[in-house]
Design a protein around this ligand. Structure first.
Ligand SMILES: Nc1nc2c(ncn2[C@@H]2O[C@H](COP(=O)(O)OP(=O)(O)O)[C@@H](O)[C@H]2O)c(=O)[nH]1
Ligand SMILES: [Mg+2]
Length: 235
Protein backbone atom coordinates (compact mmCIF):
# COMPACT_ATOMS: atom_id res chain seq x y z
CA UNK A 1 0.00 0.00 0.00
CA UNK A 2 1.36 3.39 -0.95
CA UNK A 3 2.14 5.21 2.28
CA UNK A 4 2.99 8.74 3.33
CA UNK A 5 4.88 9.48 6.52
CA UNK A 6 4.31 13.01 7.76
CA UNK A 7 7.29 14.27 9.73
CA UNK A 8 6.76 17.57 11.54
CA UNK A 9 9.99 19.40 12.29
CA UNK A 10 11.02 22.39 14.29
CA UNK A 11 14.79 22.67 14.73
CA UNK A 12 15.67 19.02 14.16
CA UNK A 13 18.92 19.56 12.22
CA UNK A 14 20.82 17.19 14.51
CA UNK A 15 18.37 14.37 13.86
CA UNK A 16 16.78 14.78 10.46
CA UNK A 17 19.41 13.14 8.29
CA UNK A 18 19.65 10.05 10.49
CA UNK A 19 15.86 9.68 10.58
CA UNK A 20 15.66 10.03 6.82
CA UNK A 21 18.28 7.35 6.23
CA UNK A 22 16.28 4.94 8.34
CA UNK A 23 13.02 5.80 6.56
CA UNK A 24 14.34 5.70 3.03
CA UNK A 25 14.83 1.93 3.15
CA UNK A 26 11.10 1.39 2.56
CA UNK A 27 10.05 1.23 -1.08
CA UNK A 28 6.40 2.12 -0.66
CA UNK A 29 6.92 4.95 1.78
CA UNK A 30 7.20 8.63 0.86
CA UNK A 31 8.15 11.20 3.47
CA UNK A 32 6.61 14.65 3.79
CA UNK A 33 8.45 16.99 6.13
CA UNK A 34 6.34 19.83 7.50
CA UNK A 35 8.88 22.36 8.69
CA UNK A 36 7.92 25.49 10.61
CA UNK A 37 10.76 27.80 9.57
CA UNK A 38 13.38 26.01 11.64
CA UNK A 39 16.26 28.35 12.34
CA UNK A 40 18.89 25.60 12.39
CA UNK A 41 18.81 24.63 8.71
CA UNK A 42 16.54 21.57 9.01
CA UNK A 43 14.72 22.42 5.77
CA UNK A 44 17.96 22.87 3.82
CA UNK A 45 19.20 19.46 4.91
CA UNK A 46 15.95 17.90 3.65
CA UNK A 47 16.10 19.74 0.33
CA UNK A 48 19.69 18.61 -0.25
CA UNK A 49 18.87 14.91 0.00
CA UNK A 50 19.23 13.07 -3.33
CA UNK A 51 15.71 11.67 -2.86
CA UNK A 52 14.20 15.15 -2.55
CA UNK A 53 11.35 15.62 -5.01
CA UNK A 54 11.12 11.85 -5.57
CA UNK A 55 10.44 10.18 -2.24
CA UNK A 56 10.99 13.13 0.05
CA UNK A 57 8.87 16.29 0.00
CA UNK A 58 8.61 19.38 2.13
CA UNK A 59 6.03 21.94 3.13
CA UNK A 60 7.57 25.02 4.67
CA UNK A 61 5.36 27.11 6.90
CA UNK A 62 6.06 30.70 7.86
CA UNK A 63 6.51 30.16 11.61
CA UNK A 64 6.03 27.74 14.48
CA UNK A 65 2.35 26.99 14.05
CA UNK A 66 2.08 23.85 16.16
CA UNK A 67 2.20 20.10 15.81
CA UNK A 68 -1.51 19.52 15.21
CA UNK A 69 -1.83 21.90 12.28
CA UNK A 70 1.45 20.55 10.88
CA UNK A 71 -0.08 17.07 10.72
CA UNK A 72 -3.38 18.32 9.28
CA UNK A 73 -1.50 20.23 6.57
CA UNK A 74 0.50 17.09 5.77
CA UNK A 75 -2.53 14.80 5.70
CA UNK A 76 -4.39 17.14 3.34
CA UNK A 77 -1.39 17.23 1.00
CA UNK A 78 -1.41 13.43 0.93
CA UNK A 79 -5.17 13.19 0.44
CA UNK A 80 -4.83 15.10 -2.81
CA UNK A 81 -2.56 12.30 -3.97
CA UNK A 82 -3.11 8.58 -3.98
CA UNK A 83 -1.67 7.55 -0.61
CA UNK A 84 -3.51 4.80 1.24
CA UNK A 85 -1.76 4.99 4.61
CA UNK A 86 -0.72 8.04 6.61
CA UNK A 87 1.98 7.68 9.24
CA UNK A 88 2.76 10.09 12.07
CA UNK A 89 6.23 10.03 13.61
CA UNK A 90 8.54 12.36 15.56
CA UNK A 91 11.71 13.54 13.82
CA UNK A 92 13.99 13.21 16.86
CA UNK A 93 14.65 9.43 16.73
CA UNK A 94 12.34 8.82 19.69
CA UNK A 95 10.45 6.52 17.37
CA UNK A 96 12.23 3.68 15.60
CA UNK A 97 11.51 3.48 11.85
CA UNK A 98 12.19 -0.26 12.07
CA UNK A 99 8.78 -0.62 13.75
CA UNK A 100 6.96 0.43 10.56
CA UNK A 101 6.39 -3.11 9.19
CA UNK A 102 4.64 -4.08 12.44
CA UNK A 103 2.17 -1.20 11.98
CA UNK A 104 1.45 -2.39 8.45
CA UNK A 105 0.87 -5.96 9.68
CA UNK A 106 -1.98 -4.66 11.84
CA UNK A 107 -3.43 -2.67 8.93
CA UNK A 108 -3.36 -5.88 6.91
CA UNK A 109 -5.31 -7.57 9.71
CA UNK A 110 -8.06 -5.03 9.04
CA UNK A 111 -7.45 -2.21 11.50
CA UNK A 112 -7.97 1.42 10.45
CA UNK A 113 -5.68 3.04 13.00
CA UNK A 114 -2.62 1.56 14.69
CA UNK A 115 -1.06 3.41 17.62
CA UNK A 116 2.45 2.62 18.88
CA UNK A 117 2.11 2.37 22.66
CA UNK A 118 4.79 2.80 25.31
CA UNK A 119 2.58 1.40 28.02
CA UNK A 120 1.02 -1.86 26.82
CA UNK A 121 0.39 -4.76 29.19
CA UNK A 122 1.19 -2.68 32.27
CA UNK A 123 4.80 -2.20 31.27
CA UNK A 124 6.74 1.00 30.57
CA UNK A 125 8.86 0.99 27.44
CA UNK A 126 10.54 4.36 27.68
CA UNK A 127 14.29 4.83 27.64
CA UNK A 128 15.91 7.94 29.07
CA UNK A 129 13.13 9.82 30.81
CA UNK A 130 13.30 11.05 34.37
CA UNK A 131 10.62 10.03 36.83
CA UNK A 132 8.77 13.34 36.62
CA UNK A 133 8.35 13.18 32.86
CA UNK A 134 7.15 9.60 33.08
CA UNK A 135 4.67 10.47 35.79
CA UNK A 136 3.23 13.35 33.73
CA UNK A 137 2.86 11.11 30.69
CA UNK A 138 1.29 8.25 32.64
CA UNK A 139 -1.05 10.61 34.49
CA UNK A 140 -2.00 12.34 31.23
CA UNK A 141 -2.98 9.03 29.71
CA UNK A 142 -4.97 7.95 32.75
CA UNK A 143 -6.72 11.32 32.90
CA UNK A 144 -7.64 11.44 29.21
CA UNK A 145 -8.71 7.81 28.87
CA UNK A 146 -10.81 7.95 32.05
CA UNK A 147 -12.69 11.10 31.09
CA UNK A 148 -13.19 10.04 27.47
CA UNK A 149 -14.08 6.39 28.07
CA UNK A 150 -11.01 5.12 26.27
CA UNK A 151 -9.62 2.96 29.05
CA UNK A 152 -8.95 0.07 26.66
CA UNK A 153 -6.11 2.14 25.21
CA UNK A 154 -2.82 2.46 27.07
CA UNK A 155 -1.22 5.37 25.20
CA UNK A 156 -3.49 7.98 23.61
CA UNK A 157 -0.81 10.69 23.49
CA UNK A 158 1.61 8.64 21.42
CA UNK A 159 2.77 10.31 18.22
CA UNK A 160 3.83 7.17 16.38
CA UNK A 161 0.83 5.83 14.49
CA UNK A 162 -0.76 5.07 11.16
CA UNK A 163 -4.20 5.93 9.78
CA UNK A 164 -5.95 4.36 6.85
CA UNK A 165 -7.01 6.92 4.24
CA UNK A 166 -10.71 6.18 4.78
CA UNK A 167 -10.45 7.51 8.36
CA UNK A 168 -10.06 11.04 7.13
CA UNK A 169 -13.39 11.07 5.35
CA UNK A 170 -15.15 10.22 8.63
CA UNK A 171 -14.05 13.36 10.44
CA UNK A 172 -13.69 17.00 9.47
CA UNK A 173 -9.96 17.70 9.57
CA UNK A 174 -10.67 21.44 9.60
CA UNK A 175 -12.47 21.04 12.90
CA UNK A 176 -9.57 19.42 14.71
CA UNK A 177 -8.78 22.15 17.18
CA UNK A 178 -5.94 20.98 19.30
CA UNK A 179 -2.21 20.98 18.87
CA UNK A 180 0.46 19.16 20.97
CA UNK A 181 -0.56 16.14 22.98
CA UNK A 182 -4.22 17.11 22.75
CA UNK A 183 -4.08 16.58 19.00
CA UNK A 184 -3.17 12.92 19.46
CA UNK A 185 -5.99 12.46 21.98
CA UNK A 186 -8.54 14.27 19.80
CA UNK A 187 -7.75 12.11 16.76
CA UNK A 188 -8.13 8.82 18.64
CA UNK A 189 -11.31 9.99 20.37
CA UNK A 190 -13.05 11.28 17.26
CA UNK A 191 -12.11 8.29 15.10
CA UNK A 192 -13.17 5.88 17.84
CA UNK A 193 -16.55 7.63 18.07
CA UNK A 194 -16.93 7.24 14.31
CA UNK A 195 -16.43 3.50 14.58
CA UNK A 196 -12.89 3.21 13.26
CA UNK A 197 -11.11 0.02 14.26
CA UNK A 198 -8.22 1.15 16.44
CA UNK A 199 -5.51 -1.02 17.97
CA UNK A 200 -2.17 -0.58 19.68
CA UNK A 201 1.20 -2.26 19.19
CA UNK A 202 4.06 -2.11 21.68
CA UNK A 203 6.91 0.24 20.84
CA UNK A 204 9.99 1.39 22.70
CA UNK A 205 10.28 5.16 23.02
CA UNK A 206 13.79 6.62 23.30
CA UNK A 207 14.52 10.11 24.62
CA UNK A 208 15.32 12.39 21.70
CA UNK A 209 18.74 11.93 20.07
CA UNK A 210 19.80 15.57 19.56
CA UNK A 211 18.24 19.00 20.06
CA UNK A 212 15.61 19.87 22.64
CA UNK A 213 11.92 19.28 23.23
CA UNK A 214 9.46 21.73 21.70
CA UNK A 215 6.65 20.86 24.04
CA UNK A 216 5.84 23.25 26.86
CA UNK A 217 3.72 23.45 29.98
CA UNK A 218 1.24 25.38 27.87
CA UNK A 219 0.87 22.44 25.50
CA UNK A 220 0.34 19.99 28.36
CA UNK A 221 -2.25 22.37 29.84
CA UNK A 222 -4.05 22.57 26.51
CA UNK A 223 -4.50 18.80 26.66
CA UNK A 224 -5.75 19.04 30.23
CA UNK A 225 -8.60 21.36 29.19
CA UNK A 226 -9.22 19.94 25.73
CA UNK A 227 -10.18 16.57 27.16
CA UNK A 228 -13.23 18.16 28.80
CA UNK A 229 -14.11 20.07 25.64
CA UNK A 230 -14.02 16.80 23.74
CA UNK A 231 -16.10 15.04 26.37
CA UNK A 232 -18.87 17.66 26.52
CA UNK A 233 -18.31 19.66 23.37
CA UNK A 234 -19.00 19.12 19.71
CA UNK A 235 -19.24 15.60 18.41
N1 LIG B 1 6.28 21.63 12.25
C1 LIG B 1 6.27 21.61 13.59
N2 LIG B 1 6.81 20.55 14.23
C2 LIG B 1 6.79 20.56 15.59
C3 LIG B 1 6.22 21.61 16.36
N3 LIG B 1 6.34 21.28 17.68
C4 LIG B 1 6.99 20.10 17.72
N4 LIG B 1 7.28 19.66 16.48
C5 LIG B 1 7.92 18.40 16.08
O1 LIG B 1 7.11 17.36 16.60
C6 LIG B 1 7.90 16.27 17.05
C7 LIG B 1 7.63 16.04 18.54
O2 LIG B 1 8.05 17.16 19.29
P1 LIG B 1 9.01 17.02 20.55
O3 LIG B 1 9.51 18.38 20.90
O4 LIG B 1 10.02 15.96 20.31
O5 LIG B 1 7.98 16.55 21.66
P2 LIG B 1 8.27 15.58 22.90
O6 LIG B 1 8.85 14.31 22.32
O7 LIG B 1 6.97 15.40 23.57
O8 LIG B 1 9.28 16.32 23.74
C8 LIG B 1 9.33 16.64 16.73
O9 LIG B 1 9.67 16.09 15.48
C9 LIG B 1 9.29 18.17 16.66
O10 LIG B 1 10.29 18.72 15.83
C10 LIG B 1 5.63 22.71 15.65
O11 LIG B 1 5.11 23.67 16.21
N5 LIG B 1 5.68 22.64 14.27
MG1 LIG C 1 10.40 14.14 21.10
Amino acid sequence: MKSLLVLPTYNEAENIEKVMQKLLVYDNLDILVVDDSSTDGTAEIVKNLPEFGKKVFIIERPGKLGLGTAYITGFKWGLEKDYELFFEMDADLSHDPQDIPRFIEKINEGYDVVVGSRYMNNTISVVGWDFKRLLISKFGNWYATTILGLRQFSDVTSGFRVYRRSCFSKIDLDRIKSNGYAFQIEMVYKLYKKGCKITEIPIIFYERFGGSSKMSKKIAFEAFLMVWRLRFGEK
